[in-house]
Design a protein around this ligand. Structure first.
Ligand SMILES: Cc1cc2nc3c(=O)[nH]c(=O)nc-3n(C[C@H](O)[C@H](O)[C@H](O)COP(=O)(O)O)c2cc1C
Length: 171
């Protein structure tokens, strides 16, 4: 389905529930060679004078290789409902390291600038990486390491400048 670009000002979503409840497909690479994974931890806001998105990726994710090797990434939000949950049931559980989960999930990669998005997304946020920083266990001021990182697989935080927000034209 075709997309139209909208201004950040016209993107009227609750960023907390977007990540918490809808979940996104964090995607990097090219249509020919890409990977995607479900994310429910993320943020939209303002940093360094830029409209920005932040995502958090554990070191063992295959998608991390694609994030690190490319300048851009996309966050793809599918329409709410059963079909979206089915896709996330694949992309949030299986690894692109050993399955063609994009095909399995029935997603169609399509080019977007120097990166890739999914034709079925209701909304796509295209980001250019500004920073990547692995969490240092010494930085935590709470019980987070004990609760969240028994394997010491601390997330890397990626900050991306929001370059485009695309929505389906029929929305
Ligand atoms: C609801 C949900 C949310 C998730 N959120 C994150 C996240 O924010 N960061 C992360 O590193 N993994 C997250 N995951 C786990 C990855 O999506 C999952 O490990 C995936 O299979 C990784 O695929 P890959 O190895 O192809 O990158 C989440 C999984 C689910 C089901």
């Amino acid at each position: 389905m075709p997309f139209k670009q909208i201004a950040v000002e016209d993107y009227l979503v609750n960023a907390v529930t977007l990540f918490r409840d809808t979940w996104g497909l964090l995607t990097a690479g090219t249509p020919e060679k890409c990977n995607t994974m479900t994310v429910s931890w993320g943020m939209l806001g303002e940093l360094w004078g830029e409209d920005a998105a932040m995502v958090f990726v554990r070191p063992q994710r295959h998608t991390k290789l694609f994030l690190d090797a490319n300048e851009s990434f996309t966050l793809n939000f599918l329409p709410k409902g059963k079909e979206g949950k089915r896709v996330h049931g694949i992309c949030g559980v299986q690894s692109g390291r050993d399955t063609d989960k994009i095909a399995l999930a029935g997603l169609t990669p399509q080019p977007l600038e120097d990166t890739v998005c999914f034709a079925r997304a209701e909304t796509v946020i295209l980001c250019r990486k500004l920073a990547a920083q692995g969490f240092d266990p010494a930085c935590f001021l709470s019980d987070i390491p004990h609760a969240m990182y028994p394997e010491k697989d601390y997330h890397t935080l990626y900050v991306g400048k929001i370059e485009q927000i695309l929505v389906q034209v029929n929305n």
